[in-house]
Design a protein around this ligand. Sequence first.
Ligand code: ZN
Length: 354
Amino acid sequence: MKKQLLITFDYELFLGPKSGQANACLLEPTNSLLNILRPYGVKAIFFVDTTYLYTLEKYSKQYENCQRDLHVVTDQIQNIIREGHYVFPHLHPHWLDAQYLPEEHEFVLKDVKRYRFHNIDQQDRDLLFRESLRILSSIIHPVSPEYKINGYRAGGWSIQPFEDIKPYFKANGIEYDFSVMRGAYQFSNAQYFDFSDTPNKPVYAFSDDITKEEAKGEFIQISSSVIKLKPYVKMADRIVSKVLFKFAKDHTYGKGVGQQSKMLKDLSPRSLKGHPSKDRSHEPVSVELLSVVKLQSYLNFFREQHYMHFVSHPKMLSNHNLAILDQFLEMVFHDYSIETDFVKIVQLYKKDLS
Ligand SMILES: [Zn+2]
């Protein structure tokens, strides 16, 4: 089977008490990323936080800074499309409760009561889905009239129960979901997901339960990868990132504070096969977690598996992460013929899907 490399990003600000700003969280790191991806012809996917754009649009009428951000972010998304990448919606419903601080030109997203799609009422579900697709369409279709907005990733992986969102998938022609992180679970008052029992393949069809493969299912799941790291690799990584921070001033592009949540301790996952989303030995395959220490583990993973799906956030990237991503790409593209277009990746699983 041809090697499959899927590189995806959640294009969003920080989702807690300090959102950070568009320039540092989105524009600068995304431009650096596009420069790295371009020579390899990687077709990446950007999941754009449309609930942020909806909020920006709302405040644009009153505040020039919001109007300007909406303008430059729109330009960047159009540029992403022109460069041949995919752009799909990504919803963080608690933007509905965001406050804007004009002096700081930042948002406060302290309130996580409505973090999950599950926790908003039908009227708000209708509103957020409709506005998300309207805004994305108004950005994408002027530069690519035939483009189909047929993919989705839930904010904070929190897509369950799938029945909440299924009617919106059907009504809007969403066929591909990218919300499952294989094997992981987390239960908090914000993020809530249980992927402890997922099919033993990265791409599968499903209909009602996002973790259950169903032959001829209505939708296709394209799940993200989890890497197992040896304890000494994680320890060496912590030391190296401290050194890089202190002596090379390596830091994340974005400056903000993510959502703060409390774990719900009395819940247990559906299956013992899974693992907590952030335990000692597992972590998502991600550009922001990639370092010189982990490079060899990532190369081994790619050598051993057919499929590797990165989930990353421009706001979290540092120049070190980007330099190692570049090295990783140079090495794997030198050694293998690689598919990066998710549509063609899905075709490789076609015989399983229909
Ligand atoms: Zn997100």
